[in-house]
Design a protein around this ligand. Structure first.
Ligand code: NAD
Length: 347
């Protein structure tokens, strides 16, 4: 399903941390057209979108006067955006997407992608590009899993492609809030999730159903990234540490941090990607510390850092193609990676 321009017409509803990044990524794709974003009130994000010349559509509860007073020319309402789109990427906060689906997308019979803050059951399937691209083909409502689940999904798929996984234990050290969020914490506390397993393990099973994954989670007072501490129990003859490094090194969207670079923390990863001129200082790959990766007996141990604000961006792009075109997974992931400047890997 592609519009008359020959491109997939994509509308973004909810222009926050995820929505604005997906909008930029859509705008870069040769086979997609960003037809507009929604605004509720005037703020710096909307100011920048306006400067980029993107069509801005008002939500039903928008403060139109405030938008217009600040020089934002509103092109129409959310209904018009939805009517003109082939697909909507919904970047509204968790549990709002399900309401948007009932109120707008289902009545308009428009395809929509939701984010990881929604419950899995609200969509026809959950999505991670490498793990289950084909599940989303032709679907109308798909949920791209959260940042933590995307990171675990990519990694476990890469390991399971080569070796049989018996069981996974993971501790997720979660950032407290995104850097821009000045109103939430904790500022000076470590907060364990007392639900065992945390919701992340079961969420991984929405994209990789046949691996037992037990997760524990703690929230710490940092904003930069999440860190996963993983113990993966393997069945059969275990690989060498070098074989695992090789396999991960050739996996899409996995970045091995070499010991020699001196990158030992999330702070240094953030500094490195800024030095590399990544837009917004984003890093869409799983970042794995090679020095901390080892196979001992049947167990593979490793640490990976996940940039919560950007890791799901390429997955949203691939999800659009899975739902709207007949492009294959490999073709879509390669195109996404090339256009977004992610290192392309031949497997
Ligand atoms: P955000 O708060 O930064 O942005 C949400 C946007 O939606 C805001 O622009 C807000 O004005 C708008 N919005 C709120 N209610 C709306 C409504 N009724 N109609 C239209 N627009 C509305 O949120 P976010 O961090 O981008 O999160 C969005 C989704 O992505 C959530 O499901 C979240 O769980 C998921 N997610 C977030 C992160 C992250 O680190 N921020 C990572 C992965 C996934």
């Amino acid at each position: 399903m592609v519009g008359t321009t020959g491109k997939i017409k994509v509308g973004i509803v909810g222009y926050g941390t995820i929505g604005k990044r997906v909008a930029d990524a859509v705008d870069m794709q040769p086979d997609m057209e960003l037809i507009g974003i929604t605004a509720r009130s005037y703020n710096f994000r909307i100011e920048v979108a306006n400067k980029k010349g993107w069509p801005i559509y008002a939500t039903e509860d928008a403060d139109l006067e405030h938008l217009q007073k600040n020089g934002i020319r509103v092109k129409g309402d959310i209904h018009t955006l939805i009517r003109n789109a082939d697909i909507i990427v919904d970047g509204t906060p968790g549990n709002v997407g399900v309401e948007m689906k009932k109120k707008y997308y289902e009545p308009a019979k428009i395809k929509a992608i939701f984010q990881g803050g929604e419950a899995a059951k609200m969509a026809q399937c959950s999505f991670n590009a490498d793990a289950n691209f084909e599940d989303a083909c032709g679907k109308d409502y798909v949920r791209v899993v959260s940042c933590n689940t995307t990171g675990m999904g990519r990694l476990l798929k890469a390991v399971a492609d080569k070796w049989k996984i018996k069981k996974v234990h993971a501790t997720l050290v979660r950032r407290a809030v995104d850097p821009v969020d000045v109103k939430k914490g904790p500022v000076n506390a470590i907060v364990p999730s007392l639900k065992v397993p945390s919701h992340h393990g079961p969420d991984v099973n929405t994209i990789i159903p046949d691996i037992e994954v037990i997760t524990l989670a703690v929230i710490v007072p940092t904003t930069l990234m999440h860190v996963h501490c993983l113990e993966i129990e393997l069945d059969g003859k275990p690989p060498t540490t070098e074989e695992v490094v090789q396999q991960l090194d050739r996996t899409h969207r996995i970045f091995m941090l070499r010991g020699e670079t001196g990158v030992t923390s999330t702070a240094e990863i953030m500094e490195l990607v800024k030095d590399l001129h990544h837009q917004r200082g984003d890093v869409v790959d799983n970042c794995i510390w090679q020095k901390g990766l080892s196979v001992k007996g049947q167990n593979l141990f490793l640490f990976q850092a996940i940039h919560q604000e950007s890791i799901v961006v390429p997955e949203n792009i691939d999800c659009i193609r899975a739902m709207c075109t007949d492009m294959s997974k490999e073709e879509s992931m390669k195109l996404t990676d090339r256009i977004l400047g992610i290192k392309i890997k031949e497997r």
